[in-house]
Design a protein around this ligand. Sequence first.
Ligand code: MLT
Ligand code: MN
Ligand code: ZN
Length: 304
Amino acid sequence: MLKILVLGSAAGGGYPQWNCNCETCRGHREKSINSTARTQSSIAVSSDGIHWLLVNASPDIGQQIRHCPQLQPGRQLRDTGITAVMLMDSQIDHTTGLLSLREHHQRLPVYCSKMVHNDLTTGFPVFNMLEHYCGVDWNEIDCSKPAFTVPGIADLEFSPLLIDSKAPPYSPHRHDPHPGDNIAITIRDLKTGRSVFYSPGLGGLQDSTRSAMQQADCLLVDGTTWTNDEMQTRGVGSKLASEMGHLAQSGSGGMIEELSACNARKILIHINNTNPILDNESAQRKQLHELGIEVAEDSMEITL
Ligand code: MLT
Ligand code: MN
Ligand code: ZN
């Protein structure tokens, strides 16, 4: 069975964000809204519940592991349930957790695209830095290949997909997009045939994206913002969601409309702290509920 653990369901900054007093962050602190705090974006997947693939390494990984006994077994003096790490992009909220894995007792197997490897050896040279600690055993994700497996992660097959999104602000090619800056992944249990499509940073859908989404049994997709200009309307920034590589949920051509074509279980993840769906009683949240779209929470367990 394919097991998915949601380790962190918020976008960069988490929820509430440390320095933010927007409506939702303040509402959470003052308890004037009913909402749940969330750490930054990451999931773990496994078929046996013992060997886990960490997909994205969040800066909150220490806290996330402490909340997941599955990831912290006690079979030997130094032990972990994390067998390997896979990265969807090189964004800070998806990669800085690698630094916290530096005590790993062997070279850390990391799966990512060539473009992500470029960023993580130049603009944010975490791979180079880790050579002075556990070291990284890099495995290239080549999106021209249909599927691959990860040693130690039994029965799961991974199909990568190039998607539209954005390289991080620190990347040497932030404004010069390349295939592989961001990928999505379909994870399939070879025994049951059941699959999940995971894409926490999805700027827009191509036909290939739609087709992958229509074939999956569960979708864990970009839930960053409700509206494209949300950072502006909440008064916290000037960037549009689309400029940051995220497709907003509402409106024509938005994520909700895209999801209406899919029969899978639908779950939004990577929720920005400005998003009104974080308020469990908001009109926007009710709308999602009526459409059968769920909102991921930390420690959520999905079994397919
Ligand atoms: C993003 O997905 O755009 C990031 O969360 C931004 C960040 O990490 O600062
Ligand atoms: Mn992010
Ligand atoms: Zn906020």
